[in-house]
Design a protein around this ligand. Structure first.
Ligand code: SF4
Length: 318
């Protein structure tokens, strides 16, 4: 979620891990601790960036997206030899990793004591650091375990496991839709399994049936690769009946620089223009919000896009 969102980018993964659970400090979490801004999910949904864990239960993936900042050479897919921790152990590991990662901020003069102490008690988790989280076999139970600790969950998936996503009810479920058609999908997403496109379509139907979970379709826009056919994107989006659509610029960082050029990074104006072109074909999504610093635009059916529970939590809002 954040590595492509934030101003503090990394070239190589610098994960802290406990067995197969990995975490990394989000650049926006660090910024929020220092009072230097919050992520766009704060603006759109009310996420308190300084209290957010960025983690994954699986550092493996079944796609090889051209815009991905990770090094695909080390990105194995086979899972045979993994001994999976139970969900409670993954939650414990995530919180402990977060506290360790942020411990240095405790002595930082730029970080108010109260804000640091809040950060030691995380309220949000973005299950999105790396890999495809639906490859963790106990993902629905992991989400419930986070909720039991009063931690909201943003789950980000590539949509290749509709059966698993059908069983998952996070606070907000993101599915990536990075192409308007099969040909572009194969060029941009480069799945390991040729069935991935059909699986994604099945996942859109799973999202449409969700009642307890807010759903988001997210597209990473890569100029010259997938910024075409806004009407086709709209048709795919509408199939999932999503609460939100996020359209976000590709960021020229990490290992994506070996696959793409800086010119493939659309400007914020380009992103908003594309979002408006999509919006013409989504009559119910008439709200458009945007955050220039993250080159992202949001389409929604309502102006009131914050997670309802968070709107009541005023501890952070100075
Ligand atoms: S939601 Fe969390 S991980 Fe994502 S950008 Fe915001 S602070 Fe970072």
């Amino acid at each position: 979620m954040s590595v492509e969102d934030g101003p503090k980018q990394v070239d190589e993964p610098d994960y802290h891990s406990v067995r197969h659970t990995a975490a990394q400090t989000c650049g926006w979490t660090a910024n929020a601790l220092r009072g230097e801004g919050r992520c766009y999910k704060n603006v759109f949904y009310g996420i308190q960036s300084h209290r957010c864990i960025q983690m994954t239960p699986v550092v493996r993936c079944n796609e090889r997206c051209v815009f991905c900042w990770r090094d695909h050479r080390g990105h194995a897919y086979e899972l045979d030899e993994v001994e999976w921790d139970d969900p409670e152990a993954v939650v414990d590991a995530s919180i402990e990793l977060q506290r360790t990662l942020l411990s240095g901020f405790g002595g930082n003069d730029e970080v108010p004591r109260e804000r640091f102490e809040e950060a030691m008690e995380p309220r949000h988790v973005a299950i999105s650091l790396d890999g495809e989280p639906t490859l963790y076999p106990y993902l629905p139970e992991l989400i419930d375990a986070f909720h039991d600790r009063d931690i909201t969950t943003f789950l980000v998936s590539n949509g290749t496991n509709p059966e698993m996503l059908d069983r998952c009810n996070p606070t907000q479920l993101y599915v990536s839709v990075d192409a308007p058609n099969r040909k572009t999908f194969d060029d941009v997403v480069r799945p390991v399994d040729p069935a991935a496109w059909a699986q994604l379509i099945d996942t859109l139907d799973v999202l449409a049936a969700k009642e307890r979970t807010r759903t988001v379709l997210r597209t990473t826009l890569v100029d010259g690769w997938n910024m075409t056919d806004p009407d086709w994107y709209a048709t795919l989006y509408e199939r999932a009946d999503p609460d939100f659509v996020e359209l976000k610029a590709y960021m020229h960082v990490g290992h994506s620089r070996g696959r793409l050029d800086r010119e493939n990074m659309p400007s914020h104006d380009d992103v908003v223009a594309f979002a408006r072109a999509v919006q013409e074909h989504m009559p119910e999504h008439q709200t458009l919000k945007d955050v220039p610093a993250s080159r992202v635009a949001l389409l929604a059916t309502t102006d009131d896009t914050w997670i309802p529970k968070l709107a009541l939590d005023s501890s952070f809002w100075e």
